[in-house]
Design a binder for this molecule. Structure first.
Ligand code: M6R
Length: 591
């Protein structure tokens, strides 16, 4: 999704600083970019379609102490420099960058047009500086004008605004995150995501929904947008290091994060045991537990349904967060909602939380980002400690989420230590598996199958959600049409898709469903399918075998890893950039 980066303070290199900050936000997904600097009482804007990675930040080095910048992921209006942010007011004095969607912008734009405003873009954002301009004309109070403008908006926004006549930077938020980095020299960075300013500071403040801030670079004031009431804030330390958020020796974040699973699973497992028991107790005592998440996080929730059923003999319900709206009929004050989200910012997940809270239900969050909106709004949060995940394709967050959910299932049976031991053994086995020879074998396999336009994945039990997840991974980075099925469902329709040579991945463990899965693989092979088995043992039906450690209930955690590597190499060998998949964003903060 769009990225925001702003700076105000004593430094005079605000231009290069915000350009470099924007580069740190590239992983969120975008198609155009822009910057506005305040210099000598004027707002200077530069915007462009395309990538910012190759832009030389020294081109923006002319002294300036206040700048805002944006990477745009097109929603309203096509990809063009004209539609890129910042957008400016009719008189050119106000510049605004904005994440989110102003849902009533057409109505507001029509009203502004009747009052003589002319617009340059097709975006919803452009109405914002125009409305601020009108309010400012009435009061000559910039912060007051932003506050008054915000009262007109319906929808979601995180915005930064500059005025040529004001020495302050103003930010406001309803729905789209903005985080303040408190610089050591007293200035402030304001960004949509923490990794943007990790090289500058490790001290943050959070702007909450319904709040705005005004800063002159020396001090900062947080207030309620509607009432104007002051909201004092704490400064919070961040533990992530800038190095963790870099690619290091790897060509892509995706491969780096896949390889990091050697350690990240162990970090997820080495949780505070008391916290895991609190979550287990909450599930035990709840009158119905729902797990919700989106995309990959949703597949972790689905796998957890099996963990709770098989390990703890306890029923929990999964619903994709985007489908949760109508489940509110089942929610009671004693119900429990567990939300799973890597970023902690996903709009659909937040909406599910709000529905549950409106029913008086408790909300527990499993997330990777300390201080994220979801973690701040939940009644209780458990961090998976995967470290920054920057690739759009979620990898290490998934295995961390599944590890934590499996631990909770064990804790529910009073056997938390058994679960810990099992998962730590699995972590060690993954460490052995992720050796250069193994990776090379998968790369070679990717080269053999990368010209196929269709690919199917089957799994049963906890490997079924992993079949669905495999499809997401392959689709999003390689653009191959991939679909996951429950092995037993093949004969009810999907098997009609199999042609001679169609690659079919079968995800197996060594358990009570293995025989069924082998039968399903044989059915595929009989129709011409080329069977790639991901399994602890070789079976005669496999045309290719990727060996994985035997891991019992942790099998889905192990089995998904070779598919992640395969997806990565399918992308790379097809000439696609796995870190910048088309049409996608890392954190989906719009509905
Ligand atoms: O940050 P979240 O875990 O809430 O994100 C949920 C999905 O948007 C995310 O998992 C998405 O499906 C990934 N791109 C998949 O790799």
């Amino acid at each position: 999704m769009c990225g925001i980066f702003g700076y105000i303070g004593g430094r005079t290199d605000a231009g290069p600083l915000v350009i470099e900050g924007l580069k740190n936000l590239e992983y969120r997904g975008y198609d155009s970019w822009g910057i506005a600097c305040k210099r000598n009482g004027a707002i200077i804007v530069h915007k462009d379609a395309g990538k910012i990675s190759g832009v030389d930040s020294s081109a923006f080095a002319e002294p300036c102490s206040m700048a805002i910048a944006h990477t745009r992921w097109a929603t309203h209006g096509n990809v063009s420099a004209r539609n890129a942010h910042p957008h400016i007011s009719g008189d050119g004095t106000i510049a605004v960058v904005h994440n989110g969607i102003i849902e009533n912008y057409q109505e507001l734009r029509a009203e502004l047009e009747t009052r003589g405003h002319a617009f340059q873009s097709e975006t919803d954002t452009e109405i914002i500086p125009h409305l601020i301009e009108e309010e400012y004309r009435r009061t000559a109070d910039f912060a007051g004008a932003v506050r008054a403008a915000c009262r007109h908006f319906q929808g979601r926004y995180g915005l930064l605004a500059l005025h040529a006549d004001s020495s302050t930077l103003v930010a406001a938020r309803t729905g789209s995150p903005l985080i303040i980095g408190v610089m050591n020299d007293g200035g402030y960075c304001i960004a949509s995501d923490i990794p943007a300013f990790l090289e500058q500071t490790h001290t943050v403040q959070y702007l909450d929904d319904g709040e705005m801030l005004v800063t002159d670079g020396k001090s900062i004031l947080f207030t309620d947008i509607v009432t104007g009431e002051e909201h004092p804030k704490r400064e919070i330390p961040i533990t992530w290091s800038p190095e963790e958020a870099q690619k290091g020796e790897y060509e892509h974040y995706m491969l780096k994060e896949i390889m990091e699973q050697k350690e990240s699973i162990v970090r997820a497992v080495n949780q505070d045991e008391q916290q895991i028991r609190i979550l287990a107790d909450a599930i035990r005592n709840a009158k119905g537990t729902f797990l919700v998440g989106c995309g990959t996080a949703g597949k972790a929730c689905m796998a957890a349904e099996y963990f709770f059923s098989v390990i703890a003999k306890h029923h929990v319900n999964f619903a994709p967060a985007s489908e949760f709206k109508l489940y509110h009929h089942f929610l009671e004050p004693e119900s429990l909602l567990i939300v799973v989200s890597q970023s902690g910012e996903t709009a659909d997940v937040l909406e599910a939380m709000h529905i549950a809270k409106s029913k008086g239900s408790n909300v527990l969050a499993i997330t990777n980002v300390q201080g994220s909106t979801i973690s701040r709004e939940a009644d209780f949060t458990l961090l998976i400690n995967a470290g920054p995940e920057r690739a759009v394709a979620s990898t290490k967050a998934l295995t961390g989420q599944m590890a934590v959910l499996m631990l909770i299932a064990y804790a529910l049976t009073g056997k938390l230590q058994d679960g810990k031991t099992k998962l730590l053994e699995t972590g060690a086995a993954i460490n052995d598996m992720l050796n250069p020879r193994y990776i090379k074998r998968i790369e070679a396999l990717a080269k053999r199958i990368n010209q196929n336009e269709n690919l199917y994945i089957i799994g049963k039990s906890w490997n079924y959600p992993m079949a669905l997840e495999s499809a997401i991974k392959i689709q999003e980075v390689s653009y191959i049409h991939a679909e996951g099925f429950a092995g037993g469902e093949l004969k009810h329709g999907p098997i009609a898709l199999i042609e001679d040579g169609t690659p079919c991945i079968a995800l197996l463990g060594n358990d009570e469903v293995t025989a069924d899965m082998l039968s399903n693989a044989i059915e595929l092979k009989a129709r011409g399918g080329r069977i790639i088995g991901i399994a602890p043992q070789e079976h005669s039906v496999f045309d290719e075998w990727l060996k994985v450690p035997e891991a019992g209930p942790a099998q889905p955690i192990v089995n998904i890893i070779p598919v992640q590597i395969l997806a990565y190499y399918l992308a790379v060998t097809r000439g696609k950039d796995p870190d910048m998949p088309r049409n996608l964003a890392k954190s989906v903060t719009v509905k």
